[in-house]
Every structure is written in structure tokens, then in C-alpha cells.
Design a protein around this ligand. Sequence first.
Ligand code: TYD
Ligand code: MG
Length: 441
Amino acid sequence: MAKPKVVFICSECGGEHLRWQGKCQHCGQWNTLKEVKTASSSATFGSSTERKKPQKLSKLAVSKAKITSVGIEEFDRVLGGGMVVGSVLLLSGSPGVGKSTLLLQVAGKIAQKTPVVYISGEESEEQIVERAKRLRVEADNLYFLAQSNLDFILSELNDMEDLGLVIVDSLQTTASENATGSSGSPSQIKYVATELSRFAKENGVPVVMTGHITKNFSIGGPKFLEHIVDVVLIFEGDRFSSMRILRATKNRLGGTSEVGIFEMEDRGLVEVKDPSEAFLKEHKVAPGSALMIAMEGTRPILLEIQALTSGSGYKYTKRTTQGLSRKRTLLILAVLEKFGRQNLSRSDIFVKTSFGMRVFEPAADLAIAVAVASSQLKKPVPAKTCFFGEVGLNGEIKSVVGDKERIKHAKKLGLKPIGADDFPTIQELLAGLFTASSNTK
Ligand code: TYD
Ligand code: MG
């Protein structure tokens, strides 16, 4: 292992300094620098001691064997085929979303081929055994270690051979005596992530760490954590829905556009191969509900957008969004007021996506507009229709990327797709969908 060197790390922000000083250069806090023995360089592919000549890129080949397919299609899709040996992945998500469940299932799959060690600082042996039973995870090659001390973890891992995967659950509960602060502090997180990353690179084993997430979907812990790891995965889901979405927000080794969809059931996470069908089954025709075809990576997916407008008793009206861009929604509301002849100024308006999905592409504009108008007019959107299109500031409906795929997908689901080709403006669309109502201006 590389020789540790001494640096001074701020216990507030995790900023690194070569010598001690009273004030942290990064966050400006006083007396927060602590001496830390750290890795001599951050872990990267290629050793810093071994000298290599530049190679012709065209002659360098990546062998397929370096990618470990997990065997869970929805998981592999997000990773771009599987886990790359020696890569470090961070799986984050809010507590209870199902990170440990997903990883135990992943561990069970990989352990059918190669030994896997699942390390938990959060759960006891009894809890894990109980969970594995429930998930029907059985593999002779699956090892479990209830340990939160990184130094013990690394020495155990160094004794094992032919490891196919290491899972550390979680980054926040693992700590080392070589770093300052208690578990979960920026300096501990940095040290643990760097050392695990070094282990992964030196031994050619993929390491997956779990991490907490804050309310606004940013990764709990210092920002540099995202630089240390190769892949950042976010596991999302609504607490009140069983749907779970796995997405990559960073992937040094593949794309970040694909999502994996799962459903949390009694026996763990089940892949949802056809999410549109599942969402369509749950959808009920009612005022304020509009369907849209979104593109998640290369995959068209049916989503539901719901809006509720209600007369406000207060001088100031509320505008709340969930799973959608608030700024974009406010813009669409303004367009609806001006060009869609909707009087929304005295209403509280809530707009959200269903099943905890999130959609930020402009193609959602049209479904947002239709859902709000439908709620305001108290008239349901015609059954078996779905929408996609961007709404311009003059009320014009613009076409969006992937329109052919969206139309094809809608038709496959037995829905009538409505977009820029069907109605040039929001005014004409609303007139076409809902006949004149007393509620319009
Ligand atoms: P868990 O994987 O522990 O979440 P995390 O590691 O992200 O904190 O999942 C916890 C939740 O999942 C818990 O509320 C119970 C539920 N669950 C199921 O519904 N089915 C199952 O088979 C399992 C194992 C958990
Ligand atoms: Mg957990």
C-alpha cells in the first residue's frame, strides 16, 4: 500500500492544506484544520510509481472481460453494460429507498460467479441474514462482514482472493483511525473513499459504496467525493409509491442517460421491464391529470403529470412543484394566463409527477399546461391521449427531440399522441381538448 503523507484537513468543509494555518482557505472557518495521515496521491488508474510510455489509442483495446455484467438488466443498463473492474461506484439515495436491498440483490447475482464481500456498518449479521432470506439471495460465494473500521476492512479484503465485487454500506458509517473526525465527517468520508478507491484500482475489483443524500437530491458529504468515484448512481423514489428509479449522474466509464426502473415488493426489488404499461395501469382519467411521453436516455417512457388548482384564501398564491422544474412551470403558467385564457392569478397551484419520477425536459411543457388547464376547468383530459412538446413564450407549441420515438411508443400503448404537429398553439390545443367553459376569462 502507498505510504501515507501528512496533510491538514478542515473538519468543516474537508478542504486540504499542506501546512497548518489558523483559518481554512476554502471555507474561512477558524481553528478547524486537523492533521491527517492521508493517501500520498488520490487513487487513479495507473500507478504513480510505475513509468509508462504513451500508447497509440488505436492500439489500446478494452477487453470485454473487464466489464462485469450484474445480470440485472435494469442495473446494467444504467451502467452502460455492467461494472468495470477496478471502478468505484457511489450509490446514493434517501434512507429507506432501498439501497441496501438493491446491493444485496446485486451481490447475490455476482456471487454466483465470483466471491463478493458485503460489508455493513449499518446492519448486524442477524439483520442481513434475515434480509437475504427474504430476498432469496443464496450464494456460497457471498461473504458478509459487519464492520465499520476501514483499517480492519482493508486488511480482511487484502486477505481475500479473486474478489468479484466489494460492497461497503455505507460510506458515512465507515471510519479510519488514520483520519480525523467522527464517522461521516468530511475528512473521514474523503479518507475512506480514497482508500477504497485505491483498493479497487490496485486489485482490479469493483467497489460499490452507499451514501446518504440530502433533501434536494445532492449527495450527502463533501463535493469532492464525486470526483473520487468513477460512477455516481442515485436511487430515487417516492416514499408513498413502490416505484424506484436508478440513474447515473456521473459515469466516467459510460453514459448517464439511461435509467433503470424497479418496484419494491415484499421479496425485494423487481425489475420493471415495461414501466409505461405499469404507469398506464395506475393512471385514472380525472381533472388535472395528463399523460406525457418522456425520453429517459434512449427509452421513451409514459409519465403522468398531475395538477391541482384551488382558489386561494390568501392575498399571495402558492406555486408548488414536485419532480418538475419550478421555473419552467411558472413560465408555463404565465403563458396559460396570457394565451390560454386561463385565469390563474387567484389560485394556488400544485403540479407534480406521479410515482416519484422526475422530468426536466422541455417536452414536459405541454402536459404541464394541459394538466393545469384541466384542473382549472374541472374537466378531465380526453381519455387515451398523451402529450409532448415545448411551449414557447408566445403560446406556440414546438416540436422536441425524439418525437418519432415518442409517437411510436404512444401508439404501442394504444394512446393518441398530441404534439406540435397536431396543434400550433396552446390556445388551439385547449380549445380542441376542452370545449368553452364558464371558467375561462
Ligand atoms: P433498505 O434497502 O434498507 O433502504 P436503504 O438501504 O436505502 O436505507 O430498504 C428499506 C425499505 O425497503 C424498508 O422500508 C422496507 C422495504 N423493503 C421492502 O419493501 N421489501 C423488501 O424485500 C425489503 C428487504 C425491504
Ligand atoms: Mg441501508
